[in-house]
Ligand binder design. Sequence first.
Ligand code: FEO
Length: 174
Amino acid sequence: MLSEKMQEALNTQLNKETYSAYLYMSMSAYSTYIGLKGFANWFMVQYQEEMMHAMKIYDYINDQGGQVKLMAIERPLAEFKSPMDMFEKTLEHEKFITRSINELVDLAIAEKDHATNIFLQWYVTEQIEEEGNDNEIISKLKLVGEDGNGLLMIDKELAMRVFTPPATSEASQA
Ligand code: FEO
């Protein structure tokens, strides 16, 4: 069972995850527009990941007998200065999400809501991976700098990313 405060905080996080999906869909669209199909693929997979993050919260609120209340989704940026700009903004956004997850954990602990605390641990771990991925790509982009061939090599690499849906047992645990 969820307290009113926890339910509201989880609904807010559901909105932030959905916005994240929307932001990465926008980056995917922009990547396609500037001819970087690999970047477009990477961001579209990220969109799918974020929708999965959102739906896990949606399912959790329902499983706990709470009420899902959807909110307006903020309009994301439509244009970016460069691939580096997109990844810097991605990392900045993920740091914001990490802070938000940490605050949720703090609330769960304060309320002695053990179930929600356990549920949120998946997100704590996921955020390490998310920030790690972004840092790695930013490092590569720094290495290639203005070199167009280097950028195309990164584009090829990012084209390989595939979305792996979570295993059923993992999904039902969370
Ligand atoms: Fe769902 Fe990228 O945090």
